[in-house]
Write a protein that binds this ligand. Sequence first.
Ligand code: ZN
Length: 496
Amino acid sequence: MSKGLATVSARALRQLRHDLLGRLGRPRSDPTVSPAATLCNMTTMSDPTDEVSTPPFAPGMLGPLPRNQDQELWDPAKQRMDREQRRDLQDERVKALVAKIFDTPVPLFKDKLISAGLESPQDIKGVDDLWRVPLTVKQDLRDSEAAKPPWGEYRFTNPKDAIRLGTSTGTTGEPTITVWTRKDLWIEYESGARNWWRMGQRPGMVVTHAHPAYLYGGGLSLQGAYEYFGMLSIWVPPPDTDELAEQAVRFWTRVRPDIPFMGFATGRFLEVANKLGIALEDAGLTGLKAPPGFGLGRGGMPLMTAGAECYAYVGGPCGKSPGAHIHEDWAIVQAVDPTTGKEVPEGEWGNLTVTTLDRDNGLLRYDLEEACAILREPCPCGETSIRGLWGGRFKDLLNAQGTRFQLNELQNVLMGIDAFKNPSLEYQVVRPDGGDAPLIVRVEVDSNDTAVRDSARDRGVEAIRESLGVTASIEILDRDTIPRAGYKATRVIEPE
Ligand SMILES: [Zn+2]
């Protein structure tokens, strides 16, 4: 309970403790309250024996305690924690997670543990024993929700003890449901704050985003995290149509963001600003750049998220070493060989597998079916965590002429050609079957000049051969041929 209240200022916290302890006495042992419910940071407060009144507003009540803007890290005590101390903390939190799985119980994970011969909480002593725990994939969550609708059997709390619900986008099947308690959100918000601070963002800046909302929880999660951090966040609608994109672009000419928009929809805003004849600098859209992190050669990016359903802000890049610093006090992030369950050697690709720690609603050995590599070399920036690289979703992995590559590798090649890139890159690729046929790529070009189109096509074919070692056949399309999307566009289409 105290972790959830850590957002409150020390003074307010002392007062609150004083009030609660003074008025409530010791928490009663009530057999009608499920063990899960007692884990929730709201439970004791919703069952007072006397009236509770709200203390006056103080720093830390709706957000974190203020920081000196010059301090290097958001949470130095956690981010520079001694590695052995952090491992001890992880071991304790793994044991607590497993104990909750048996005690609550959480049948999906309990059954998995028992199926592997792990029949009591004492059988898992910490991180080193995790390899024995079978992996859980998204389909397991989906199956569980279908078998016991609507929540399935993988929740650690009564879902009604949560305060937020979100569904996945459903691109791979029936959307699954995620719920967050206040504490679960607090862990995400604190994690997001570490990321933004590391990237040089500070409270007092104006930020903007266009994440989708409503049942899809991503937009509210990002908005909430920005507000918690202390930035003024302009949440514009996803640019599903030109009219919606125009609303955003026109608003940015009134209130210009300090941090230019980044995300899946960036190209759409550039495109519509161009159509409207609005200069990019007038809408704060100049200086767009990727986060400061980088990968290791071909195909790696900093591992920044393990999905909204698992750990949205799992880590972030410092820009001094490859990959992203992982927030290890709140997660065990592993690159796993699914056939053995063990971690692959440092720097090699394995299945991104995450065990979340210290949450009300956790996940044990959740395999995101994405590629991940772990780097353990100490980083000169002073953070002591491991670093993670992300290699893309396995379902986005393409195989042409015996060569496997990620969609974003192809995208980066296309972005290198001005005629494709301006005013925004719009392309699709026909999913290759791994055979010898040329890779079919369709790209829009904003010119009717045959010479421009032919030259762009030839340069594209050459660049794909050079970078990916794949023979491509590029079809040049007129602008506005490919359907537009406000969030994640369909880039890979199935062969006809
Ligand atoms: Zn670093």
